[in-house]
Design a protein around this ligand. Structure first.
Ligand code: N01
Length: 536
């Protein structure tokens, strides 16, 4: 065994969450090490560099809220792409000299708790060993990529890529490309490469109810003029809106609005773009199927008008919604639906003609057709929300790996930690608002909670804190109840319910009650003397 390196706190993962924890822990005076599997900062934005990868949160809220950081930084566009977000992380790194506390290319494979010393021991793939009292999992919701076990997977003779492991400087011009998957990743990639592909065949299982992004360039001079007074207000607003964005739900019931009012309201949201038509729209879309149907009909009619071929209209924007609108975070698109009007783009509905096998030359569907390809792209997503945590062998007080504990369902307290795993927290993970919210909003909120908790423990001679089983059961059950009061369970054929991964328990994985309710729950626990936690 190599020498053990001792720290107060270990953070795993260097995306927004991990970087925020590193900054916070340093401020608290902790000796901290951040372990990152990749070769740089950025998390999602380090790994996801496929053409068109771009965030769906609009400026300024996709950055840290610290004025010291935003005063010298502006994005060039409202919704920045992966390269610019990587540059943002490089800027933050340089400004705060972060990398000296980061071990790159260090994938953590195990974490074991010792009750006698109140310490975690973490081991990396390369065999390095770290020990610390506090352990913060910042592994994100989409770090473990997924390729479905198609028959003949290894027989394809062309190039195969999963979108989250994209090769650098890769030229797809003129190639015959097949893409499986039309989630947010598929949408972004498809609209980007359709214009340059020789031929593009898209294999779709669920139509993507994607909204117009309405990208714009940002006026840099204007930003400089407003940021000093406007940004603090905008960042302050994040914990007050349902999803941690600047716009919020309108709680007037959809069907109480007259047809005229509703049309004007919808048109306004539609023209604003981004998530205005989702979390800036009527709030009852999440609870009332009739209201949801009206929103879907508006989306469908707008979308069908952009597609020429009647069959294509039915595949991409069917008359009946494939799932309640908005219970999955919508993707934002720029030209996604128009690319299907191009003669070089084909769309295969795999519900009608499932993929029967991958062959040496391409993909064979159940109608016997072999779709010949040079390149096969898997935009098939991830073992979402839990995968980053369960892929580490984490053993707590009873020595049972967390992966085993969660086989019959995820159990957490406040989406922050789990019973029998003391001094271990996570950010933007299971049973937190995660993808139902703007990343940095929930991340900063949770990261500050964890930091304050550690500060409290240190000031009060408490060496360990762990969620009680009763509190955990209450939170996990309440979360499923909230979900069943609304329409969220209608996303049952997707990662939102864990059903994209064979054998994974089908249940809602994230807290759907909104950022203010989440904030209230985690704050109330503190106000009541860390109710639901055992402190020793
Ligand atoms: O992954 P996904 P993703 N046969 O799981 C299909 C974030 N993100 O990488 O929908 C055929 O959503 C699957 O079909 P279905 C964002 O939170 C954000 O796109 O399960 N198809 C689906 O179409 C997002 O939600 C941005 O029926 C199969 C696709 O593959 C999350 O990451 C950009 C299949 C997978 O879609 C994941 O997005 C990108 C099979 N056997 C990602 N198995 C931003 O804009 C799966 N599919 C910020």
């Amino acid at each position: 065994m190599s020498d053990v390196q001792e720290f107060d706190a270990i953070v795993v993962g260097a995306g927004f969450a991990g970087v925020h924890q590193l900054i916070q822990f340093r401020k608290l005076g902790l000796k901290v090490r951040l372990l990152e599997a990749g070769g740089g900062l950025g998390g999602t934005w380090y790994w996801n560099t496929y053409p068109g990868a771009r965030v769906d949160s609009e400026n300024p809220i996709y950055q840290f809220s610290d004025p010291e950081l935003y005063k010298d930084w502006n994005y060039s566009v409202k919704f920045p792409g992966w390269r610019e977000i990587q540059q943002y992380f490089e800027y933050v790194d340089k400004k705060l000299d972060l990398s000296k506390d980061v071990s790159y290319n260090s994938r953590v494979v195990s974490a074991v708790w010792d009750d006698s010393t109140d310490r975690w021991t973490l081991t990396t793939e390369a065999g390095s060993v770290y020990r610390a009292q506090w352990f913060s999992l910042c592994t994100g919701i989409g770090s473990k990529y997924y390729i479905p076990p198609f028959k003949g997977l290894d027989s394809f003779k062309g190039e195969v890529h999963h979108t989250s492991r994209w090769p650098t400087d890769y030229d797809l011009k003129g190639k015959k490309i097949g893409i499986i998957g039309t989630g947010s990743t598929g949408v972004q990639l498809i609209q980007e490469i359709a214009p340059i592909a020789g031929h593009l065949t898209v294999f779709q299982r669920t139509p993507n109810l994607s909204l117009p992004m309405r990208q714009t360039k940002l006026d840099q001079e204007e930003l400089e003029k407003v940021k000093e007074y406007l940004y603090p207000i905008q960042f302050g607003r994040r914990n007050q809106t349902f999803s941690g964005y600047l716009h919020d739900l309108d709680m007037k019931p959809t069907l109480d609005a007259t047809m005229e009012e509703r049309t004007l309201f919808y048109e306004d949201k539609w023209e604003k773009g981004g998530f205005h038509f989702w979390i800036g729209s009527y709030g009852d879309i999440f609870f009332n199927q009739a209201a949801n149907d009206v929103a879907y009909a508006f989306w469908r009619d707008k979308t069908r008008a952009r597609i020429n071929d009647p069959e294509m209209k039915d595949k991409l924007a069917p008359m009946k919604s494939p799932h309640p609108f908005g219970v999955k975070r919508p993707s934002l698109e720029q030209s996604y639906f128009e690319v299907y009007n191009q003669p070089n783009v084909a769309l295969i509905d795999v519900n009608k003609t499932p993929i029967s096998e991958i062959t040496a030359n391409g993909i064979k569907t159940s109608d016997g057709i072999e779709h010949k390809l040079d390149v096969l792209v898997f935009a098939t997503g991830f073992d979402m929300v839990t995968g980053g945590i369960t892929s580490i062998d984490i053993r707590g007080q009873d020595g049972i790996p967390i992966k085993e504990k969660w086989v019959n369902g995820v159990r957490t307290y406040l989406g922050l930690g789990s019973a029998t795993y003391p001094n271990m927290f996570w950010i933007y993970g299971p049973q937190s608002p995660a993808a139902f919210s703007n990343g940095p909003s929930t991340i900063e909120l949770t990261s500050e909670w964890i930091t304050d908790c550690i500060k409290h423990c240190r000031e009060n001679n408490i060496s360990h804190i762990v969620a009680s089983k009763e509190a955990q059961d209450a939170w996990s059950d309440q979360l499923q109840q909230i979900a069943s009061m609304g329409l969220w369970l209608g996303a049952k054929h997707s990662w939102y319910m864990g059903s994209n991964i064979e054998g994974k328990k089908v249940e809602i994985l994230q807290f759907p009650g909104g950022v203010p309710a989440f904030n209230k729950a985690i704050s109330d626990s503190v106000a009541k003397g860390y109710e639901g936690w055992t402190l020793k």
